[in-house]
Each structure stands twice: as structure tokens, then as C-alpha cells.
Design a protein around this ligand. Sequence first.
Ligand SMILES: *[C@@H]1O[C@H](CO)[C@@H](O)[C@H](O)[C@H]1NC(C)=O
Length: 249
Amino acid sequence: MALSERNAILHLLTLALLTIAVTNRALGIRIPNQISDPSREPSDQPLKIAVFALGGFWRSEAAFGCANGVVRTTVGYAGGSKSNPEYRSLGDHAESVQVEYDPGVINFRQLLEVFWSSHDSRQVFGQGPDVGNQYRSIIFTNGTEEARLAAVSKEKEQLRSRSSIVTTQIQQLVAFYPAEPEHQKFELKRRPFLLQLMGNLPEEELQRSSLAAKLNGYAADLCPPKIQNQIDAKINQIVKKGWPVLRGV
Ligand SMILES: *[C@@H]1O[C@H](CO)[C@@H](O)[C@H](O)[C@H]1NC(C)=O
């Protein structure tokens, strides 16, 4: 496909998603994407980085990808001591997601809300069918302010129900090891049609793309229902317009 064509489609999709973010302001349910203010425009502040472990990292990445202000997501390994961990030998690390975010749009406290609402922090030794130490729940912090915010949010979460213990650990971030390419944007990669819609970006571009992070959340059905529906509608519209790239799909 010609580069200009691909850019046109990317542009259209980005516009569609921006429109969705802005028109969705009034929705008030407790879902990750509504935690940050969707009307906030990107700021010129330097991006910040946060790392969380909340079960299998395919789903963790998708859980954060749809939040307004999240610019980039990467899955990897953190929280252990093994150097150069790999998927089949990650040692004492936890499957984790690194979130690069615009602090002018979403802050660490709001990311913590996404964290708590996206997994069961009371489950011991895993999430759902994923059982094992690599699926433990961890908030990684960098600096005393983040450590304080993490501790406060954990106390609040514990107060929601006293009958079971919140197992989440709070650890200082030492190192984050990005996982192998095949684990990045995994949910999106299960939907070749969406990849094609984005113009089959090379792996490196896909990993850095904000739109890919958002559509990865959409592919996993982890955007708020209203946004899921709006993205569906936009994609149908694009398909109906018969973009050259979509012929023969
Ligand atoms: C912690 O934050 C500082 C300043 O924002 C940054 O330079 C440093 O790389 C961060 N440390 C880690 C382990 O990410």
C-alpha cells in the first residue's frame, strides 16, 4: 500500500477516535477510560512512565491502552532479580505493563484507578485462570510521592471490603525488561483486520503507536461500552467508504 494511503487511513482513524474522546465527556461510569477527563488536550509536558503488574500482560496492556492521556504501552517483565528475563524463563519477575503517559492529561493517581478497576487484587497467586507467581499484583513506584499515592490507594481499596485481603505489593521500580515482539499489542494482533485498517505498520511503529495502544484495548473489549460502540461505528463507516486498502478483505 502507498504510504500516503496509509497515512490517510491513520489520520482518519485518529480523527475518529479523537472525536469519540471529546463527545464522550458526559458518560459517568466507573471504567478506566472515564477516569481521566476526555476533554483534556495533549499537553506539552514531558511524558512520564509508570509500570504495573496485574495478571497476564496481554490483558494488562489492553486495560491501559484505551485511557485518555496514555500515549504508549509496552509489555514486559519487572519486580524480580533475574537479568534478561524471557517469556519461557522469566524467573521471579511478574508480567507487567509499562505505560507512557502525558501528565497534563492523566496523572499517577488516575492510573492507579485504572489499575484497581482492571483486575481482582484479592486473588492470591494469579488472575482468573492464570495461576502463578508471574501473575501477581504489583504497583511499581518511582520516588516517595508515588509510593505515598500507591499506599493511600491500597488502603482505600482494602476499605471497600474487609473480608478479603488486597494482595497487591508496592515496590520501588528497579528495572523493566520489554517482552518479545510477539507479546506486544497481542490483542490487536489477533484482529488482522484492524492491523490492515492501520496499514499493517511495521512492528516497531506498531509498538510506539498511540492509536495501536487504543485499538489494542478495543480489540480486547476493554474500552468503555459506549466507546467500543463508537469505534465499531467509525470502522463500519470507513469500510463502507471503500478505502482501496479494504478491497478484497
Ligand atoms: C524515576 O523518575 C526519574 C525522574 O522522572 C527518571 O529520570 C528515572 O529514570 C525514573 N526511574 C526509573 C527506574 O524509571
